[in-house]
Design a protein around this ligand. Structure first.
Ligand code: FAD
Length: 601
């Protein structure tokens, strides 16, 4: 049952149909003292324990990963979001994001080990465990005495996670289950102490989750370490269960609840993965910039060439956008958790519902930031030229490490389709009113456009209107597609992917604009002039992506007059009155970071 207070804050997905005031978004500039202290201590840890040892991580020193994980446990970093009653620090969701972000940029190996343990390896117990399960396991996991792993994927069950063949069979005395099956790609498998294992009981429709201690004398064996493209010192192995006996009290939630657990654990994992990519983007940008400021060709610093300035500006802008959107969503989640707790929900229930509410935003962020970090590393290599291709510079490993983020925690294809699918479902359930606004857009298309000259003298006036128009594109495209295909829409994947790209760009561009607008109001326009340029540049790029995807979609499902009308609407909704000078914007952004010799926002 939704409380009155909850109704007043934006629900997940509602960003699309409700205007958000800049005062209502949380930004990295809003970090409080406690959050800043946490950030600084994680940065110091990363600088001391991880970055200097990059070579050892690259040389597949799994023992080092484990050792540094213990040290992270000693610092309390593994239990940031775990309630104090279970040995954690009991901090809010934003703090969890900060730790994920700043601990992750040294190497993808540690980032993955950290994420697999604190996220999918621990959260299923904190979110779904019984009191006894939490008392028994969570304090050990929160302090780093034990490490967790998450065993969902199987050789034949990847994206189709509910199709696993691993079985759990109840013993004759009803006291235990025997688990049999094979799990694949299990992060932390080499050094963990327990697995969250998903298995099927009899012919159940849905799988069931179990906490399984790693006792190699109990029918558990491991495959060799996988040889991977990147994240070299992250332990990834197959895990085999052969008549592994698990007491009935180790079942998580109820029978058949495993798929729900798996999906909710992944929701949280997705937004944390976005955070984990952010500091990498920042470091890659800074390192590439410093190289470009040093490297001379044709008697010129390469950072003075327009071609390189353009790359640096885009890298910085995407990073700034990722930060803006990640912390906006993180605070929404934190606030919703707090509201639910204030309304009497347990921490467990409040956290579950809080994150579930923003599952759309979690998917959006996972896709957007994982692709941005890959692109950033790719451009980083390009800026380093031949040296970028060498193992002796950090770009090569950054590029390889970034690649996995598009695959795990649900592939980006799956997350794209999920984001639109979840939104449509929310609309059907009446949680987000898409139909009314979609109808209003349809009516607008039938009407005569206004020929008034708008007043865009105020900062961001045109940009805000553009965001509102991009939302109309989504409503127009998705609304018409739902009308045309109904429940069959799921079978039109290319359409869903295009709609998702529109949705992603709207959220990212709007978050960037709102952060900047908020900061202009408190720090002044002069102080924020580069951020203003980044917000405008991001939006311009977003408009192009929306236009391309909108056009493709419309042509795929509409014909004749309907097609002409929708395409006309699209043209109207992606048209600037005053086009920003993108070359100027990029130059201004590049000049600022060149002068500071680092990503400085
Ligand atoms: C380094 C690494 C660490 C990992 N760690 C863990 C872990 O700790 N625990 C764990 O349980 N798993 C883990 N995984 C597994 C990971 O989550 C899966 O690899 C991922 O979910 C994709 O599954 P798959 O590899 O079977 O690919 P598939 O599902 O076979 O997908 C192959 C391609 O087909 C596409 N595809 C699949 N289904 C559809 C569809 N319905 N519509 C359109 N396209 C589709 C995918 O997007 C992808 O492009 C890890 C994987 C790696 C590589």
């Amino acid at each position: 049952m939704e409380t009155q207070q909850e109704k007043e804050i934006l629900r997940g997905g509602q960003f699309l149909v409700k205007e958000t005031k800049c005062e209502d978004v949380f930004t990295p500039e809003d970090f409080n003292e406690e959050q800043k202290m946490m950030r600084d201590s994680v940065i110091e840890f990363n600088d001391r324990e991880i970055i200097p040892h990059r070579d050892r991580f690259e040389a597949k020193d799994y023992a080092l990963t484990e050792e540094v994980m213990h040290k992270a446990g000693d610092m309390g970093f593994l239990g940031v979001s775990v309630p104090e009653a279970y040995g954690g620090l009991g901090m809010g969701f934003v703090s969890t994001m900060i730790v994920c972000e700043y601990i992750s940029s040294g190497t993808g190996s540690f980032s993955t080990a950290f994420g697999a343990h604190t996220g999918i390896g621990t959260m299923p117990i904190t979110l779904y465990g019984t009191e006894e399960q939490k008392q028994k396991y969570v304090p050990k996991l929160a302090t780093g005495e034990w490490f967790g792993a998450y065993a969902l994927t199987e050789p034949e069950a990847g994206s189709d996670a509910n199709s696993g063949k691993t079985t759990a069979t109840l013993s004759a005395d009803g006291k235990s289950y025997k688990i049999n099956g094979q799990k694949m790609w299990i992060s932390n498998a080499g050094f963990c102490n327990l697995f969250i294992v998903f298995a099927r009981i009899e012919n159940d429709k849905n799988i069931t989750g179990f906490i399984v201690e790693k006792d190699l004398n109990n029918g558990i064996s491991l495959g060799e370490e996988e040889h991977k493209l990147g994240i070299h010192a992250s332990s990834t192995r197959q895990v085999f269960f052969s008549d592994t006996v698990v007491p009935v009290e180790n079942m998580l939630a109820g029978r058949g609840e495993g798929f729900k657990i798996a999906m909710n654990a992944l929701n949280i994992g997705r937004i944390k993965l976005a955070a984990a990519c952010l500091d990498s983007q920042r470091r890659i940008t800074t390192i590439a910039l410093q190289y470009a400021n040093e490297r001379k060709q044709f008697n010129t610093r390469i950072s003075d060439f327009g071609a390189i300035k353009s790359k640096l500006a885009e890298m910085a802008t995407n990073c700034y956008a990722g930060e803006s959107a990640s912390y906006r969503a993180a605070k929404n989640i934190e606030d919703r958790i707090a509201m639910r707790q204030a309304a009497g929900n347990s921490h467990q229930e409040a956290e579950l519902k809080g994150v579930e509410e923003y599952a759309i935003e979690c998917s959006i962020l996972k896709v957007a930031v994982s692709e941005d970090v890959q692109h950033c590393a790719d451009e980083g290599i390009q800026i380093f030229g031949g040296m970028g291709f060498s193992k002796d510079t950090p770009m090569e490993a950054a590029w390889r490490d970034a690649r996995i983020a598009r695959i795990y925690e649900g592939t980006n294809e799956i997350n794209r389709m999920l984001s639109v699918g979840m939104l449509v479902k929310k609309a059907m359930k009446g949680h987000v009113d898409l139909l009314g606004p979609a109808q209003a857009v349809a009516d607008e298309l039938m009407g005569i456009p206004s020929f008034d000259t708008p007043d865009y003298s105020e900062l961001f006036a045109e940009e805000k209107e553009m965001i509102a128009k991009l939302k109309k594109v989504f409503l127009m495209v998705a609304g018409s597609a739902v009308q045309k295909y109904g429940p069959e829409l799921d079978n039109h994947q290319q359409l869903l992917l295009a709609a998702s790209d529109i949705l992603i760009e709207i959220y990212m561009a709007e978050s960037t604009l709102l952060r900047t607008e908020k900061n202009v109001k408190r720090f002044g326009e002069k102080e924020q002039e580069t951020q203003i340029a980044m917000a405008k540049l991001y939006l311009y790029n977003a408009v192009s992506i929306v236009e391309k995807n909108g056009k493709e979609s419309i042509i795929s499902f509409a014909e004749g007059d309907e097609q002409r009308m929708l395409l006309m609407g699209l043209r109207r909704f992606v048209k600037y009155t005053n086009y920003p000078d993108i070359v100027d914007l990029r130059n201004a952004i590049a000049d600022k970071i060149k002068a500071e010799n680092k990503y400085s926002f």
